[in-house]
Design a binder for this molecule. Structure first.
Ligand code: ADP
Length: 374
């Protein structure tokens, strides 16, 4: 025998009517349990995981509407679809009362057997689809929790690793310079080169650890209730970059910038990283020119930082925002973390960051932020 296509509770106090429906449901391949009263129906619902209850409205003890309400308010087990059916309560207001009490559908007698079967099958299809959505949602929630947990683990690991690496790094650096000082005059040219390489390697490692530490720290959710004046944020970033700006002769200009909602420290880091890149990736023999402007609509402010540097080819425009992704070797110093920090900060603010660029002409980095509420 083929397995039942569903388990159905058949509730009707009228024995012949109940029998007719039972036969029809059995022929339809359902597993059927009968009840003649509201109390029997509720007892069965408490014991058996029904897919659907075919519920007569007029029952001798409890009204079918009350039975429906009780079935629908159960918190244990999966939900049961209720199809109310009545020979006497055929007025529209009675149908709405039944549907308002939680019934999924309402039919009045006499019901054509084929229509009843099709209605039951349609309701069960709906239930299956709902269950699939519920399962998918539960899986998604579990995956989200797992992702959040592993992100937190990763953040703690990056913080601990970069923090703990600073100590041995300081030791190696200071002993290398002690060695250089004490053995200085006796060192051969090769040995002097070795010590120089050690110093350079240590410098790169210090930069990497510092950037990694920064990356692990900017992950926390920003305080988005803060109103931040981007003019102040830009000034802070430019102050920090003063040496680089003076040294390169870069011209940095800006339109008046708006206020946004966000975290001042984290946004300062974004401006600083993007402007320092605009200086670092300048074309040889071309004075870096950097302009900051904003396009604003009623929902968001889009900040644009445009440079006249070397540009970025289309195939790299997404990749460069990944951690450790660099397009250059040691000839241009860097760790490949700066843009990953920018993306982390902007996404934590609910915004997006992207780049438009023409190779050999320049790049424009844009990011969106929620505008400050008046
Ligand atoms: P880093 O500068 O330390 O290498 P970033 O994450 O800041 O790391 O940048 C990643 C890569 O993106 C850089 O190595 C560089 O190749 C490219 N890049 C970033 N900003 C610019 C820019 N303004 N112009 C051209 N290339 C850029």
């Amino acid at each position: 025998m083929a397995p039942a296509t569903g388990t159905i509770l058949n509730v009707d106090d009228n024995e012949p009517a109940r029998y007719v429906k039972r036969r029809m449901l059995l022929q339809g391949g359902f597993d059927v349990h009968d009840a003649a009263t509201g109390k029997d129906a509720l007892d069965l619902v408490a014991r058996i995981p029904f897919d659907l209850a075919l519920l007569d409205v007029n029952l001798p003890d409890i009204s079918g509407i009350e039975v429906c309400r009780a079935v629908k308010s159960r918190t244990e087990g999966a939900s049961v679809i209720v199809l109310q059916i009545s020979a006497s309560a055929t007025a529209a207001y009675q149908a709405s009362a039944a549907l308002d009490s939680g019934a999924d559908a309402y039919l009045t007698e006499p019901v054509d057997a084929a229509v009843l079967m099709s209605t039951i099958k349609a309701l069960l299809r709906l239930r299956k689809a709902e269950q699939a959505v519920t399962i998918a949602n539960e899986r998604l929630t579990a995956m989200n929790h797992e992702l959040q947990r592993s992100n937190e683990d990763l953040q703690q690991f990056a913080f601990a690793a970069s923090h703990d690496l600073q100590e041995p790094l300081r030791t190696v650096t200071s002993f290398a310079s002690l060695l250089e000082r004490s053995a200085g005059p006796k060192l051969s040219d090769d040995e002097r080169d070795y010590l120089k390489f050690i110093g350079e390697g240590m410098g790169r490692m210090r930069a990497l650890i510092g950037d990694l530490l920064e990356y692990s720290q900017v992950g926390h959710k920003p305080d988005s209730s803060q109103v931040v004046d981007l003019n102040n944020v830009l000034s802070w970033g430019l102050d920090n970059l003063r040496d680089g700006i003076v040294h390169s002769g870069a011209q940095v200009t800006s339109d008046p910038l708006p206020k946004v909602m966000g975290d001042e420290g984290q946004l300062g880091q974004v401006f600083q990283n993007l402007i320092s890149n605009a200086i670092k990736y300048a074309r040889p023999d071309v004075t870096p020119t950097i302009h900051v402007k904003v396009d604003q609509n009623e929902h968001e402010c889009i900040v644009r930082i445009a440079d006249n540097g070397i540009g970025i080819s289309p195939s790299h425009r997404e990749l460069i925002f990944s951690l450790f992704k660099r397009l250059h070797g040691r000839e241009i110093p860097g760790t490949g973390i700066g843009l990953a920090v920018c993306r982390k900060v902007i996404e934590a603010h609910g915004g997006r960051i992207w780049v438009d660029s023409v190779v050999g002409e320049g790049s424009t980095f844009s990011f969106s932020l929620p505008c400050a509420k008046d």
